[in-house]
Design a protein around this ligand. Structure first.
Ligand SMILES: [Zn+2]
Length: 181
């Protein structure tokens, strides 16, 4: 049986703050963001400052004319994992569709967390004014999501806030575990 190929590219590997400069050229200076492709399915892990770079690349594909779909999984809401979202150009293009996944949290929803980051004091454009379709899915530890050929499972991590690791499995191609903070 031949399955879809599973590919990974890092767009952000740093924690806390972006760190540009000569000392970080090898792995880049952006904060957490990983692109996984499973055939034509696009899965993005975390929305740190690396998401800006990925977004600019995506403008050269169907996302440039509002026909793209991507699944974005957030490990947790610390700044270095969400601060690229306001600069994610494809999210400003009508017709694009993003499904945003994060941990179910009784105090703040994922939508509230991202909206707060873009309140009018902190950023000039509100989340609600981004023109693409944003759909929110809140997950509980142990849940599994099927994205075309990829089965994605989430697991609780020990961190200072509720945090998930994600396992992306594509049979028979392989499996990727994303374990951040
Ligand atoms: Zn963290």
């Amino acid at each position: 049986m031949k399955g879809e190929s599973l590919k990974l590219k890092y767009y952000g590997t740093r924690g806390s703050l972006p760190v540009p400069g000569q000392d970080t050229v090898k792995y880049g200076g952006n904060t957490s963001c990983v692109k996984i492709t499973v055939g034509a399915t696009l899965i993005i892990l975390d929305g740190g400052s690396g998401l800006r770079v990925l977004g600019n690349e995506l403008l050269q594909s169907e996302f440039g004319y509002g026909q793209g779909t991507a699944h974005i999984f957030f490990s947790h809401a610390h700044w270095d994992h969400i601060n690229g979202f306001p600069f994610f150009s494809p999210a400003y293009i009508k017709g694009n569709r993003f499904v945003l996944y994060g941990e179910h949290n009784s105090s703040l929803s994922l939508r509230q967390i991202l909206s707060t980051q873009q309140n009018h004091v902190n950023f000039p454009v509100r989340l609600a004014d981004m023109s693409s379709s944003l759909e929110f899915v809140e997950l509980n530890a142990g849940e599994k999501i099927q994205c075309s050929d990829a089965l994605i499972s989430c697991f609780a991590l020990n961190h200072s806030v509720d945090t998930f690791s994600y396992c992306i499995e594509v049979k028979p191609s392989g499996k990727i575990d994303y374990v951040s903070d």
